[in-house]
Design a binder for this molecule. Structure first.
Ligand code: UD1
Ligand code: UDP
Length: 361
């Protein structure tokens, strides 16, 4: 099989690493396209180096910009690459602008689309990711769902053909790289952290970064919680914090430690040793659950409802008081396991692609 994979943003490198490994080990040819959506070393290259993902065959160098400009530039360049490569499948991941551009370019050229992490819905139409997911799912021929909730969401939209419940490739990644992280990462020593005596925080969603009031509420919670907060700052957030005069709020709070975005191995160590994780990241809500670390979600809703049902996640939005309250909550008595598959999602994806390919040839 000849597969053209489209990647562009940080979480996609992590989601794709185990699938790319499974495809290549089975002898399939993968042509890797990096759209260039993320380009800083700490947002892109570090993941290729740490996770052993082969270098992209081509980087479209699209970079940052408004949604239309960014997605449109990707679409134009992807069309050329797909025409040149004529793959059996175009494989896309998650819900970024790179995902949508890959799906649209492929369907227009009648190349089958496979979507990994299909069926997720926040039911919040103001999120760019929600547009990207819905449109990508309606282009896709194969829809790889991480959860039964995702399968049900698709069924409600009339999509029942080509739907496969395979589990979550981010869980595969945690299993594949957890041990390596324990050996390689020195982040706890570098930052002089004692396990379970710090909070880990990230925020990059427009709901938080592009609304100065929400951004200040979150930072206010970090400043007043009385605990060490390790905060790897996404470049988008860094820019908005300066614009919203948030740096001023932090100047007398050395316990809130702003650091550059970290690599995946350091992140796995920071996550599993944190007392709690505060985040608006999709991936980090799940990783908190995988490590049985309680999570506070800094958004009005979540797609990862199982983490909430299991008692390991609470959704609080950007309200300072609600965040502080969530930090003192008691932990679930039990750990209910298995909502995100058995760690073999990547193999199932590879086998399903093979199976479908053999049927059509
Ligand atoms: C994107 C995805 C989001 C995903 C996130 C993962 C979309 C619409 N959003 O959001 O779903 O959760 O990636 O991190 O696709 N920037 C840099 N250096 C970089 C990358 C970005 O400085 O390497 C800055 C630029 O100022 C840019 C801003 O961050 O304008 C936003 O980047 P962009 O890729 O548009 O969206 P994200 O917020 O990263
Ligand atoms: N991540 C990382 N370093 C960071 C922040 C996040 O390696 O500084 C990892 C995190 O462990 C998870 C993924 O990036 O696997 C999540 O990406 P992000 O939060 O950017 O996007 P989202 O999941 O919200 O789409």
């Amino acid at each position: 099989m000849h597969i053209l994979t489209v990647l562009g943003a940080r979480p996609q490198f992590i989601k794709a690493a185990p699938v790319s490994k499974a495809l290549r080990e089975a002898g399939h040819h993968e042509y890797l396209v990096h759209t260039g959506q993320h380009y800083d070393h700490a947002m892109s290259q570090i993941f290729f180096d740490e996770l052993g993902i082969p270098q992209p065959d081509v980087n479209l160098g699209v970079g940052s910009g408004g949604h239309g400009k960014q997605t449109g530039a990707m679409l134009m360049r992807l069309e050329e690459v797909i025409l040149e490569q004529r793959p059996d499948w175009v494989l896309v991941y998650g819900d970024t602008n790179s995902t949508l551009a890959g799906a649209l370019a492929a369907i227009k050229l009648h190349v089958p689309v496979a979507h990994v992490e299909s069926g997720l819905r926040s039911f919040n139409r103001t999120m760019p990711e929600e547009h990207n997911r819905i449109l990508t799912d309606h282009c896709a021929d194969l829809l790889f769902c991480p959860t039964q909730t995702a399968v049900d969401n698709l069924a409600r939209e009339g999509i029942t053909q080509g739907v496969h419940l395979v589990g979550d490739t981010m869980y595969d990644a945690v299993l594949q790289f957890g041990e390596l992280a324990r050996h390689r990462s020195r982040i706890l020593e570098t930052l002089d952290l004692t396990p379970k005596q710090y909070l880990l925080a990230t925020a990059h969603r427009p709901y938080n970064t592009d609304n100065p009031e929400n951004l200040r509420s979150i930072i206010s919670a970090f400043v007043t919680c009385g605990e060490t907060v390790i905060f790897p700052v996404h470049p988008r957030t860094q820019a908005r914090m300066v614009e919203a005069d948030v740096m001023e709020m932090l100047k007398d709070s050395p316990q809130v430690r702003l650091i550059e975005p970290v690599g995946y191995l350091d992140m796995l160590m920071l996550e599993q040793n944190a007392r709690m994780i505060l985040t608006d990241s999709g991936g980090m809500q799940k990783e908190a659950y995988f490590f049985a670390v309680p999570c506070v979600t800094l958004r009005p809703e979540t797609e990862w409802v199982e983490t909430v049902e299991a008692g390991w996640n609470v959704v609080v939005g950007a309200h300072t008081e609600k965040v502080l309250e969530a930090l003192t909550r008691s932990l679930p008595a039990e750990y209910s396991f298995g909502y995100y598959g058995a760690g073999n999602a990547s193999r199932k994806i590879m086998e399903t692609l093979e199976d479908q390919h053999n049927r059509s040839h």
